[in-house]
Design a protein around this ligand. Structure first.
Ligand code: HEC
Length: 439
């Protein structure tokens, strides 16, 4: 019987497969986490053996949507090597030998404590949100006053989803204008509902947090900033947690937490944000996006030019349900091109932030070009409109967006630990418009 006495070259569960599942699968495939079943025991793995082979060979699992051949390399990439995929396949084809329990690695333990130790500031959503058993995914923004009397530099950020069965991912930023509090007050439930963004200003323009505090998705390690680089949380800011909920068929509650670690060494450079979008007809207009009904491969392009020498720390692609693929390319002033990120199979459910292993130098004058495709045909099972309709830019499920968020530092910036100037995006746009008029 092959089950326990495999020949020497055949992978066994305890010796070969178990360490692989521990490293690449168990972050999500264990009780209480986002995946629908566990992969902690021999029986659990054997029962689904052919599925394990299929989803790894097709690279559906572990979920990771950036190409590992072009773009990156990224920190925390959830990617199996060809040898690991072959190992799983060989094990399945050999009829899943268990092997010797004494070859098994020690079981993995997950500390319920913070990976980096106790944060300097733990901010938890005050009132738990109750998510119903049935219906589509939900996005809500929770507003938590940070209570800082003076601004602080942040060297690391981590999150604790309150209920990992339903928290699919979290994005975070902060608000110093009070707008998020107003939106919260207008929505009777804890937090406020949104789709993709953070809601709107009273005049209808999109409301952006004034700064980002990164995000969390299952399996993601804490965000640790490099020496001399930080994010800044101003005095009196409200921290915003945008939580994407995925229902599990039961009524569930959640109150998630963000943990902030203050910098102990001087910070010289602020992590800043910029957006690559399709062109806007005017500074205050929305980007133009028109995806005709029935078009199965509609191309959308946009570009952003660096006005200073910068280093790109991370990129976050964002589209809705019609997105198919997404590409950002740096075109250097001498014409040389470098792929920054390539997503071949866009999946709305995995809005990851992709952090570079080593920040990418982007000299002044470099163009960052975006090319994305959308499938607005009836054949797209994710199309929220049936029959398909003309789709334009907007926040709703039935609208679309096409954004490359860039997180970067400025080479010339030397703050010497001084608080960075607070940047209000709307004020910046107004100033830019006034400067243009004056020319
Ligand atoms: C980051 C979280 C995460 C990791 C890591 C992960 N999975 Fe999954 N897995 C999921 C989720 C969530 C689902 C449910 C389907 C979905 O949302 O895509 C799933 C579904 C599956 C399925 C069922 C697929 C289907 O079509 O029904 C299999 C099989 C699977 N995973 C195997 C694996 C294996 C093997 C690994 C490691 C090599 C792995 N997963 C790593 C989150 C994860």
């Amino acid at each position: 019987m092959l089950g326990t006495h495999a020949w020497a070259g055949t992978p066994t569960y305890h010796r070969d497969v178990e360490p692989l599942l521990q490293k690449h699968c168990q972050d999500c495939h264990r009780p209480g986490q986002v995946a629908p079943f566990s992969l902690l025991t021999y029986e659990q793995a054997r029962k689904r053996a052919s599925d394990l082979q299929t989803v790894t060979e097709s690279r559906l699992m572990p979920p990771w949507h950036a190409s590992s051949k072009e773009g990156g390399p990224f920190r925390d990439a959830r990617v199996l090597s060809d040898a690991e995929i072959k190992l799983l396949a060989d094990w399945v084809e050999a009829d899943c030998p268990a092997g010797e329990p004494r070859d098994a690695p020690p079981a993995r333990v997950w500390s319920s404590d913070w990976a980096l130790g106790k944060p300097d500031l733990e901010l938890k959503v005050k009132e738990a949100y109750t998510l119903g058993a049935a219906g589509p995914d939900e996005l809500r923004v929770f507003v938590i006053p940070a209570g800082l009397t003076e601004g602080r530099w942040i060297r690391a950020i981590d999150f604790r989803p309150g209920n990992p069965r339903i928290v699919h991912h979290i994005l975070s930023g902060y608000d110093i204008t009070g707008r998020a509090r107003e939106l919260d007050a207008e929505d009777p439930s804890p937090g406020y509902a949104t789709f993709g963004g953070y809601g709107r200003l009273k005049n209808g323009f999109p409301f952006f947090p004034q700064g980002s505090l990164g995000g969390w998705a299952p399996g993601k390690n804490p965000i640790v900033m490099r020496e001399g680089v930080g994010r800044f949380l101003p005095a009196k800011a409200d921290v915003l947690l945008q939580v994407h909920y995925h229902r599990d068929g039961k009524v569930e509650t959640d109150a998630s937490t963000i943990g902030l670690y203050f910098s102990r060494t001087p910070v010289d450079k602020l992590v800043r944000g910029a957006l690559v979008t399709p062109p806007r007809p005017g500074l205050f207009s929305r980007p133009v996006l028109r995806i005709p009904a029935g078009d199965a491969n509609h191309e959308v392009t946009g570009e952003w030019t660096a006005r200073a020498d910068i280093h790109l720390q991370a990129v976050v692609p964002h589209m809705h349900w019609l997105g198919k693929d997404f590409l950002l390319t740096a075109v250097y002033p001498d014409g040389v091109k470098r792929t920054l990120i390539k997503v071949d199979r866009w999946d709305f459910n995995w809005q990851d932030s992709y952090d570079y292993d080593t920040p990418v130098a982007i000299p002044r004058g470099t163009k960052i070009e975006m090319v994305a495709h959308f499938d607005n045909s009836r054949a797209n099972p994710n199309n929220p409109s049936n029959p398909p309709k003309l789709v334009t830019w907007g926040e709703q499920t039935t609208d679309e967006m096409c954004i490359g968020f860039l997180h970067y530092t400025r080479d010339s910036e030397h703050l010497g630990n001084q608080a960075p100037p607070v940047e209000n995006r709307l004020e910046m746009l107004k100033k830019a418009a006034a400067a243009r008029k004056g020319r």
